[in-house]
Design a binder for this molecule. Structure first.
Ligand code: HEM
Length: 486
């Protein structure tokens, strides 16, 4: 009996402690006197998000719309974790660019001693990120991206021939674009020669042991997570990616005078080279940071163009015209001349922003010039880019797909920081130029000889998958694909 009493008292004591901690955490913005959305016990402002009823983007969009104009930022809680939700583009500029030195940390979890491939640029922070960023910047230089174009074109030609000669077919567009982007990652990031079946399998399953709660605890209590040797990804998948990259690095050393075709080669040539496992982690960075947004962007782009045939014809006409001017070859100059196609891609990135938010953590206190607003050291900052991209005060009729918004004149009229699909500043996407090139080359291959239209299996409107942080299609996208005559 006494044992039972003790157990009940201990449980009650533990529950009271948790209750008190939750209450203290959820009182953070009130104590600081900052405007904030009233949080629900334990769920903060994301109840429907945790239960899968809505996407985080919808929750952010609602708060952005309700509070914009009332303060430069508003307090927000992801469960019990307080965030600064930025509402003002001037503050966005300070955080990303002018005072980026105060916000170099992103606050993701990484533990390379237990999970070596988590030592990638996206996940690292602090001095490790700083050193790696300095070494990686040259790898992604414009000159190197140009040098890799021939290999990218070779892949896109193979992909185009896979589209087939059938006059009319119904295709799963997500699978179609994945076959192109996967080939690029497998061969250009990992140096894999041909069969990518196993590689594909692991890119689809490396998240398989993902648990929202464990991820949340790792973010909230990184020291404890390190102590418990928490791993974010499936171990077998990580072993596979590491083995492939290390094997290809060894192969590469045996052969000299190889034409430049892979990022592994570029990483091996930098002045202060990384060790092989660090290079493998950067190759994994392509899978982690690049594959989903590239697939989502190409899928949504075809989805939008399928519904607006006249825009699609305009893109195709531009592609064919440019190719004709350059003797049928896609060159660096030709890519630069694909102005309307680029507008279409930008409009896709605006309307279906793959990364709907940017994250920073203040490493120093920041006082917004000319105001009383202070972001305290250690505050987590969230910039709701997708909500900014759908702000009717910046983009008229924001839900309409209209590539003309990205004509040079229209762009000039918009405020700075109003288009951020790749983030900006010190921690902006290091591969943005390569990603844009990959998307453009992919679109040329997809649209040059093929016309896309909705079919009986097309789900309109496309919804986002609430279970994923990135904005990606919830259901498979099917379109009817017709081969055009010339
Ligand atoms: C459509 C394609 C892509 C989109 C929309 C995209 C977008 C982004 C965004 C929004 C960020 C965060 C930026 C910030 O916090 O300011 C980011 C970071 C990053 N991206 Fe991309 N990305 C794409 C493709 C790629 C690819 C192909 C790679 C291949 C390596 C890549 C590598 C990275 C890395 C390493 C970072 C972290 C940079 C750092 O923290 O220093 N991304 N990306």
């Amino acid at each position: 009996m006494e044992l039972l009493h003790r157990a009940v008292f201990t449980a009650l004591g533990a529950l009271s402690l948790v209750y008190a901690l939750v209450k203290i955490s959820l009182g953070y913005w009130k104590r600081r006197g900052i405007l904030h959305e009233k949080p629900k016990f334990f769920w903060g402002n994301i109840k429907g998000v945790v239960t899968g009823q809505r996407h985080l983007q919808d929750a952010l969009q609602d708060i952005y719309a309700a509070y914009k104009g009332r303060a430069p930022f508003v307090g927000f809680f992801a469960c019990i974790k307080p965030f600064v939700l930025v509402l003002d583009l001037e503050l966005v500029r300070h955080i990303l660019v002018t005072h980026a030195g105060n916000f170099t940390t992103r606050g993701l979890y990484s533990n390379p001693s237990v999970e070596p491939l988590s030592g990638n640029l996206l996940q690292l922070d602090g001095h490790k990120w700083r050193a790696l960023h300095a070494q990686s910047a040259g790898v992604f230089s414009a000159a190197n991206i140009n040098k890799l174009l021939p290999r990218l074109l070779q892949i896109s030609r193979g992909f185009q021939s896979c589209l087939g000669k059938e006059r009319l077919q119904t295709l799963n567009i997500n699978q179609l674009v994945d076959s192109y982007n996967l080939e690029v990652v497998a061969s250009m990031a990992f140096g894999l020669p041909v069969d990518h079946t196993e590689f594909r399998r692991w890119t689809q399953s490396y998240w398989s042991n993902f648990s929202l709660w464990r991820a949340y605890l790792a973010l909230e209590f990184p020291l404890l997570a390190r102590l418990l040797r928490h791993q974010s990804y499936d171990k077998a998948a990580m072993d596979y990616f590491q083995k492939v990259a290390l094997g290809q690095l060894q192969e590469q050393r045996k052969r000299d005078r190889q034409p430049l075709q892979t990022f592994l080669q570029l990483y091996s040539r930098i002045e202060q080279p990384l060790d092989d496992v660090q290079i493998a982690a950067q190759a994994f960075g392509f899978v982690l940071a690049g594959l989903v947004p590239l697939n989502a962007t190409l899928s949504f782009c075809l989805y939008e163009l399928a519904q607006q045939p006249e825009l699609q014809e305009r893109v195709r006409a531009e592609i064919r015209g440019i190719l004709k001017q350059h003797d049928g070859q896609l060159t660096q100059e030709g890519l630069k001349e694909l102005l309307y196609t680029k507008q279409v891609l930008n409009e896709t990135l605006r309307l279906h922003t793959p990364y709907p938010l940017l994250l920073r953590r203040a490493t120093k206190e920041f006082e917004l010039p000319g105001s009383v607003f202070v972001i305290a050291r250690g505050n987590n900052v969230l910039i709701p880019t997708a909500a900014i991209h759908r702000d009717p005060a910046i983009y008229d009729e924001p839900l309409r797909f209209d590539p003309d918004r990205f004509e040079a004149e229209a762009r000039r009229k918009r405020p700075a920081m109003s288009f951020l699909p790749f983030g900006d500043g010190l921690r902006g996407c290091i591969a943005a130029q390569f990603a844009e090139q990959e998307l453009l080359v992919g679109l040329v291959a997809l649209l040059q000889h093929h016309r896309y239209a909705p079919c009986a299996k097309t789900v309109i409107p496309q919804e986002y998958d609430n279970g994923r942080l990135l904005l990606m299609p919830k259901k498979e996208l099917y379109l009817s694909v017709e081969r055009t005559d010339n």
